[in-house]
Design a protein around this ligand. Structure first.
Ligand SMILES: Nc1nc2c(c(=O)[nH]1)N[C@H]1C(S)=C(S)[C@@H](COP(=O)(O)O)O[C@H]1N2
Ligand SMILES: [Mo]
Length: 308
């Protein structure tokens, strides 16, 4: 069985997170019995490391208190510990998401209708910020491909552009200069359609907290955190590579691809190790954040830029 580090918690301190993991453990057993491999892959990612490397074993989720109190969300603040409080001012209703551009079936859908369209899944992903810290996050959501398929992309659709909400009245960081607003991110269409690319609506089996990107954010586990846009309102299929916020600000520091690569240093620091939030020891950073087996083929014929 995977270790979820529950051993130090006594029975009278059961939290929603523990209930989540108990449920998940049951799902794991069910998955093994039915031969479904999805949970095996996400929980037991060995990814080519030797077994004595601390980052090679089963994934242990970061405690929810850490995931929800240490956030990069520049619309609110560049102080990670201030985001949580400020983000509570964001109004989530009504909220619509538009999917359009190079598609046969453009649509706008309310977030409440959207979450009813697809069966929800839970996935535990590594999450690695370009700044050198990491977490392990149990997300709830659905494959982004299902949402994009619904719009029926044309053959001209080669990239997917994401836009986060632009609402100066509720987002103090948008009233100050820093990034270009709204926050913009993008993926190549084959990256966006990859089964690991996840549209996230929940965390630890509960609705996604505002500071983590409610009501809808993207999780692309083999890319640095900045490629995981929060509070998405617009998904546009486009024919050429879209401009993205961090890349506009500092192209030499934040590439369009943003693939986790321990061999390519950031101009100001090495990317070989990471500080796992909530743990004492640093970990080795894995090629493509530990998902190389599943995604390296996407870059097999690509130029060197895709390596970071
Ligand atoms: N809209 C928006 N999305 C964003 C950001 C942001 O500032 N605004 N920061 C990115 C960065 S740099 C990181 S590391 C992650 C942080 O996600 P978390 O707070 O859920 O850990 O969100 C990403 N998505
Ligand atoms: Mo980040």
């Amino acid at each position: 069985m995977p270790s979820f580090s529950m051993s130090r918690i006594s029975e009278n301190q059961v939290t929603p997170e523990e209930i989540f993991f108990k449920k998940r453990r049951q799902m794991l057993i069910a998955g093994m019995l039915t031969g479904s491999s999805f949970l095996d892959r996400t929980v037991y990612a060995k990814d080519g490391l030797t077994s004595d490397d601390e980052n090679a074993g089963a994934l242990k989720a970061t405690p929810i208190e850490l995931i929800t109190n240490y956030n990069n969300y520049y619309e609110f603040s560049n102080d990670k510990k201030a985001v949580k409080v400020l983000a509570q001012d964001l109004t989530l209703h009504p909220w619509t998401i538009t999917v359009d551009g190079e598609v046969e079936n453009p649509f706008t859908i309310d977030i409440d209708d959207l979450t009813k369209l697809f069966a929800m899944e839970e996935r535990i992903y590594r999450f690695r910020c370009v700044e050198g810290w990491s977490m392990v996050v149990p997300w709830t959501g659905f494959s982004l491909a299902r949402l994009i398929d619904r719009a029926r992309p044309t053959s001209r659709a080669r990239f997917v552009a994401f836009e986060s909400v632009h609402r100066r009245s509720e987002m103090p960081g948008q009233r100050a200069g820093s990034l270009i607003w709204p926050y913009r991110e993008g993926l190549r269409i084959d990256e966006a359609m990859h089964p690991l690319t996840f549209a996230v609506t929940g965390l630890y089996g509960k609705p996604l907290p505002k500071q983590n990107g409610a009501p809808l954010r993207i999780a692309v586990p083999w890319k640095y955190g900045f490629k995981n846009p929060k509070a998405i309102v617009h998904i546009r299929l486009v024919s050429s590579q879209p401009a993205t916020s961090w890349n506009i600000l500092a192209p030499s520091e934040y590439g369009f691809y943003g693939n986790v690569n321990p061999l390519v240093s950031h101009p100001r620091w090495s990317q070989q190790r990471e500080n796992s939030i909530g743990e004492m020891k640093k970990h080795s950073t894995l090629m493509l954040n530990g998902y190389a087996d599943q995604v390296a083929y996407l870059y097999a014929h690509n130029d060197a830029k895709a390596l970071y």
